[in-house]
Design a protein around this ligand. Structure first.
Ligand code: ARG
Length: 281
């Protein structure tokens, strides 16, 4: 009797599954231009500290059983550390990004070459403006897609065709939260955590309808890019300053793993921004 009861509890509990991540060490990280409100070229950036924080994130993923593949950085492309923007990889299909700002344009082909060398199947380069997993997040078997600041609506259609997946377009309205992954975190079991004020009224209505059980984040969580995290089924890697979100996640049966990202946040990125997932890889 006891063992059956125990097994049932285990079945109901959350579980992690091993993930494959792509990351780019911030060897050439700096803030020399400003393409989002977080970036101030007049403020100093400690690159060694950025590297140390990035190494901690990589080591933490590995400790939790995940695989990390590292793309070499390129001088003159300081935002290349934000690997999430480099493309989208789901199952046997891949697409490299096409960046909105000229400052980041060369990252698209650079990552494309790396994807090709890694042998990613059915790889294409986006024809439309598309900032990869910054704006396209897989939740269950649909993609949620951000627009308004970076990726275009035409990119949503292009992604839907290439991946053969339904894409739900969500308009972002707050310039601090210019990518979908700054305000929406896919959790376990096809649900999400998100910050409603970052979305247009129409997008909020869609999210309320699709995810009645979603975790709703506070202003304080959003302000530290707390939603810019990665969930492996049970562990949620996120900013260690997102304390309210961490408490709610813990109460829902997740295990928050807090990471310090103070240097990378000066460019407007945190945990998820540094992490491209090879879904189903
Ligand atoms: N400085 C970069 C930009 O503005 C930060 C990108 C953050 N990445 C992300 N996935 N949200 O493009």
């Amino acid at each position: 009797m006891t063992s059956v009861a125990t097994r049932q509890v285990e079945t109901a509990a959350r579980r992690s599954s091993p993930r494959r991540f792509v990351m780019c060490r911030p060897d050439f990280f700096e803030v020399t231009y400003s393409i989002n409100p977080w970036m101030n070229p007049a403020e100093s950036v400690d690159r060694d500290l950025a590297i140390e924080q990035w190494e901690t994130l990589r080591a933490t993923y590995q400790e939790y059983g995940h695989t990390v593949e590292v793309v070499p950085g390129i001088p003159g492309l300081p935002d290349m550390v934000f690997a999430a923007n480099s493309g989208l990889i789901v199952g046997d299909r891949a697409m490299s990004a096409r960046f909105t700002h000229p400052e980041r344009a060369a990252e698209g082909p650079a990552y494309h070459r790396w994807f090709a060398r890694a042998g990613l199947p059915n790889l294409v380069a986006a024809a439309e403006l598309n900032e990869g997993e910054g704006d396209f997040l897989l939740v269950g078997d649909r993609l949620l897609a951000g627009m308004g600041f970076r990726s275009s609506r035409a990119a949503h259609a292009e992604v839907s065709r290439h991946f053969g997946l339904p894409v739900v377009s969500l308009e972002l309205v707050d310039p601090r939260f210019y990518h979908l992954d700054t305000v929406l975190l896919p959790l376990d079991g096809g649900t999400i955590a998100y910050y409603p004020p970052a979305f247009s009224p129409a997008a909020r209505a869609i999210l309320t309808e699709l995810y009645p059980g979603a975790v709703v984040a506070t202003d304080a969580d959003a302000a530290v890019l707390g939603l810019n995290g990665v969930c492996d089924g049970i562990n949620v890697f996120l900013s260690r300053h997102a304390t309210e979100l961490s408490d709610v996640l813990r109460a829902r049966g997740y295990h928050p793993v807090g990471i310090e990202m103070s240097e990378l946040i000066k460019a407007g990125g945190a945990v998820k921004c540094c992490t491209l997932e090879i879904h189903g890889g």
